[in-house]
Ligand binder design. Sequence first.
Ligand code: ATP
Ligand code: MG
Length: 307
Amino acid sequence: MQRTNDTILKYMIKVDNITKSYGSIQAVAGISFTIQAGETFGLLGPNGAGKSTTIQMLSGLLRPDSGTIEINGTTDTTRVDVRQNIGTTPQAIALYEDLTGWENLSFFGKLYGLSGKTLKSRCEWALEFSGLSERRKDRVSIYSGGMKRRLNLACSLLHEPQVLLMDEPTAGVDPQSRNLIFENIQQIKLSGRIILYTTHYMEEAQRLCDRVAIMDHGKLLALDTVKGLVQTYGGKSILEAVFDREPQHLNGVHGKLEGTQFRAETQQPLETLARINALGVNLISLHIKQANLEDVFLNLTGRRLRD
Ligand SMILES: Nc1ncnc2c1ncn2[C@@H]1O[C@H](COP(=O)(O)OP(=O)(O)OP(=O)(O)O)[C@@H](O)[C@H]1O
Ligand SMILES: [Mg+2]
């Protein structure tokens, strides 16, 4: 992941009004977005939102029914030279269970056109990267779910692609593997590549993505930085406090006081807290619930992200 040169920096993805139906089911209903060079872009949405279908169109596996996808100035994403600069981590793990970790990497490396010393060194790199060097000779069938996920991700990086399409790369893994995968992705981010990351975990989108598109029923409902989304659609944060005694007055602190119990809905909970501090009462308890992407989704759709 060393190639931080001009070829990476000029990469850009433009998606213009793409649609895709499977028979009578419209999976993607006209979406548009642009991903800038070096950006990690999140598609956040519940089951069936159309995330995988979008990824498959970007990777050249499916053709849109209408609309265009432009990757690095080219609109035919099925072209071999375009696909060679894309790495896809599929949602369904794509590994050969009867082959070892090393054999899987070697197989996928060859598919990407690697051979000889380059193939060997890239496979070594991938094992190291995914923390599986010591398990290289084990068949994948005896790997844990998290190990398979990590190998699945490493396979998509062998050919050092400029664009990475990751479809729920942490699905079904334990917290330890999830953290390892996050560290891996942070490392890839630093190399300046474009990452398109789909998830239905708002914490992941919040932690990794520069910008996030909220997707539901094949459409994008909103697109912005996490901060921007929360500011526009997240509603107010809630601050609840219990004081050691009833304050004489609230001195301009906006909120509701019942005896020693205080509750405020505010865009600026920390500012409210500072004002409370000036009231001269002590806090027995304090709870602040900051608005987050879950609230954004709830406010946009009336539903929770996870059912
Ligand atoms: N091969 C297919 N044939 C028919 N319908 C499909 C096919 N693939 C997806 N769909 C349908 O298209 C819609 C979008 O599916 P898609 O897999 O793109 O959603 P997703 O956002 O990736 O969901 P998940 O979070 O569950 O992975 C769903 O209604 C799904 O049932
Ligand atoms: Mg999916």
